[in-house]
Design a protein around this ligand. Structure first.
Ligand code: NAP
Length: 286
């Protein structure tokens, strides 16, 4: 059987059709579109691209978007004051503060300052806790987008051995939780994990969020039935964007794999849109 390429495009197309219906329903009921506010601090080029992509997706779906561009010298207090204002503004449904933030600002204090019902990135301690207890309104975008991709391609997770590579608060840990809630048997590996090859050999599903090249190669003992989800994003010397995996080597050895670009990245944005629409309806009581 040829390896299945798990492209995001058909999944986001289906998701966006459904979202457009919900957005127009919201507009009819409440006289305005759901609104996402992005906050960009400083001039990191990658962050600028991510924020602009989020804004253009909002517009394509008929959602409102406002972007606050702040100087990299801004104090944490000033940023928290802006969040107070956005938290209180009834026309704002979702608030996203683009990471990374400059050194003088504590990212976690900022995330924790966003109202949980507007925290569409799901990085606040409250939403992380609700996610851990499997009772969250809003799910973290990258892990939830990956679960949606797996559902769309009918890749079963229950009872399978899932290996999550990486234990960051924004990808690895919540990914492990969502897979656990979906009844997978989950192993989380990190930079101190020994015997990575042994874990790979035992895995039906591998999600890589290590942000490093050269670790996941074709020489590892992949199961031929394995599904590989590559979260990593790397811009390499020739200008191409690639993932953590040596794609051409691993593709030949496994049953299914996500491309980079065109895999996890668009699913993350799609889930952000879904969270914003969900947050908008929730605050209106439905
Ligand atoms: P991060 O905070 O740097 O975390 C990386 C994790 O990988 C850490 O837990 C680290 O272990 C672990 N790790 C490093 N080397 C390893 C190795 N050789 N074997 C196993 N684990 C190893 O990164 P992140 O924020 O989670 O992001 C990871 C990647 O995903 C980055 O490339 C990022 O750009 C990308 N990303 C993509 C999307 C998307 O939408 N596609 C969204 C978010 C992030 P320790 O904890 O021991 O240090």
């Amino acid at each position: 059987m040829p390896t299945q390429l798990l492209k995001a495009a058909p999944v986001t197309a289906a998701l966006y059709e459904e979202l457009k219906r919900k957005i127009s329903g919201f507009k009819n009921q409440h006289g305005r579109s759901p609104k996402l506010v992005t906050v960009l601090v400083g001039e990191d080029p990658a962050s600028q691209i991510y924020v602009s992509k989020k804004g253009s997706t909002c517009h394509a779906l008929g959602m409102a978007h406002e972007d606050f561009k702040l100087s990299s010298n801004i104090s944490e207090g000033e940023l928290l004051l802006l969040l107070d204002r956005l938290n209180a503004d009834d026309s704002v449904d979702g608030i996203l503060v683009q990471s990374p933030l400059p050194k003088q600002i504590s990212s976690q204090r900022v995330y924790d300052h966003i109202r949980p019902d507007k925290d569409v990135d799901c990085f606040s301690a409250t939403n992380v806790g609700l996610c851990a207890q499997n009772r969250a309104l809003l799910l973290p975008c990258t892990p939830a987008g990956i679960m949606e991709l797996l559902r769309f391609y009918k890749i079963a997770v229950a009872g399978k051995n899932a290996l999550v590579l990486g234990r960051s608060d924004i990808v690895g840990k919540p990914m492990a939780l969502l897979l656990l809630h979906a009844d997978a048997t989950v192993t989380v590996a990190h930079s101190k994990t020994s015997d990575l090859a042994e874990h790979i050999a035992n895995s039906d599903l591998v999600v890589s969020a290590i942000g490093r090249r050269g670790v996941l190669t074709g020489t590892l003992p992949w199961k031929s039935s394995c599904t590989v989800i590559d979260v990593g994003i790397h811009r390499i010397a020739d200008g191409r964007v690639v993932g953590d995996c040596e794609f051409s080597e691993i593709e030949q050895k496994v049953a299914a794999i996500t491309p980079v670009p065109g895999g996890v990245g668009p699913m993350t944005i799609a889930w952000l849109m879904a969270n914003t629409v969900k947050a908008a309806y929730f605050r209106k009581g439905n």
